[in-house]
Structure formats: structure tokens, C-alpha cells
Design a protein around this ligand. Structure first.
Ligand code: S3P
Length: 184
């Protein structure tokens, strides 16, 4: 783990990172340990659109999905005491990156291309990977996105060789330290 920024204004924990890195599963557990509300931007998009993500992509394309995603992010950006799990592509828009960075402690859950491929290759809920060669798609998207995750996050964790409990423990310790520093 490495940390670069020391203060941000708000009291939230935000999880960013590629599909399949555990943002939603780990985020839910971390929220319950911290006594924070758990918020999932993909879940809010589905609620707002009244449709599943693959249907949004099919009818309105990726750009339609990104509009919903940015709307949802703007709608929660002023709130506090949340653990926010985000969709893997939320960092693509500069305005989203600025909002995320100001929301609190932003943690990037990273993993190797191999680990990501193993975790998500059989999942059909991710329209961006419904390509002829999902492995190549993962590699391309990761190369495009890693600099954006790095730019947005205060803390990066490579999850390849850690179990869920270790990741949760590390993030909770960092969050508690971050919140105690930012409240003084
Ligand atoms: C996407 C990731 C998905 C979801 C959508 C697009 C992406 O979320 O937002 O399918 O662009 O990486 P998860 O990262 O939770 O799978």
C-alpha cells in the first residue's frame, strides 16, 4: 500500500478500480464496520434508469450510461459518512475525477490482468467485455485507465495476494487514520 495525499475535505471512503476488483463486496463490509452508509453508483444508475446496465448500454450506448453515472455522482457528492463503490469506468470523465477526489479518502483497488480475467471472464453483466477477445479488451482498458485511477486515488492496494479480510483491515485502518487527521 502507498499513500500520497494527506487531507481531503469530506468524510467518505470511495473505492475505485477496474471491474472485478471487489469494490462492491468489500465496500459493503467496510461500510458496516465503520457504521457508514453503503452507496453503489452502479446500483443508483440502475435505480435511476429503471433498467439493468446491459440494457442501458444496448439502447443508449456507453455514452448514455456515462451520463447516468455522472448524474448519480453529482447527486451524492455533497453527502458524508458513506462508503461509495464506483463503476470501473467512472474515472474516465475529468469532472468525475475532480468530484471523487474531493469526496474523501479515495482507495484504488488494483489487480493484475490475470487475476481480473479469472474473476470476471464468465460474468455476462459487463457489456464492455462482451467482445470477441475479452482478455485483449481487459488489457487495453487497463492500460488506458491505470493512470486515471492513480491520479484520482490517495491510496493504492494491489489485491492479487491479499484475502478479503486483509484488504478490509488495511482499508479500515487507513480510513480511521485519515478521518482522525481530517477532523483535527
Ligand atoms: C464498467 C464497469 C461496471 C459498470 C459498467 C461499466 C466499466 O462496474 O459500471 O458495466 O466501464 O468498467 P463494475 O466495475 O462494478 O463492474
Amino acid at each position: 500500500m502507498s499513500e500520497k495525499r494527506t487531507t481531503t475535505p469530506a468524510r467518505n471512503l470511495v473505492l475505485i478500480g477496474f471491474m472485478g476488483c471487489g469494490k462492491t463486496t468489500l465496500g459493503r463490509e467496510i461500510a458496516s464496520s465503520l457504521g457508514f452508509e453503503f452507496v453503489d453508483t452502479d446500483g443508483l444508475v440502475v435505480e435511476r434508469a429503471g433498467r439493468r446496465i446491459p440494457d442501458i448500454f444496448a439502447k443508449e450506448g456507453e455514452s448514455g450510461f456515462r451520463e447516468f453515472e455522472s448524474d448519480v455522482l453529482r447527486s451524492i457528492a455533497g453527502r458524508e459518512n458513506m462508503v461509495v463503490a464506483t463503476g470501473g469506468g467512472i474515472i474516465l470523465r475529468p469532472e468525475n475525477r475532480a468530484l471523487l477526489s474531493g469526496m474523501g479518502l479515495v482507495v484504488w483497488l488494483d489487480a493484475s490482468e490475470d487475476a481480473i480475467f479469472d474473476r470476471i471472464s464468465r460474468n455476462e453483466d459487463r457489456p464492455l467485455l462482451a467482445t470477441e477477445n475479452p482478455r485483449e479488451t481487459i488489457a487495453r482498458l487497463l492500460a488506458e485507465r491505470r493512470p486515471l485511477y492513480e491520479e484520482t486515488a490517495s491510496l493504492a492496494i494491489n489485491t492479487d495476494h491479499l484475502d478479503g479480510g486483509e484488504i478490509i483491515h488495511g482499508i479500515i485502518e487507513s480510513a480511521q487514520e485519515f478521518f482522525s487527521r481530517s477532523s483535527t
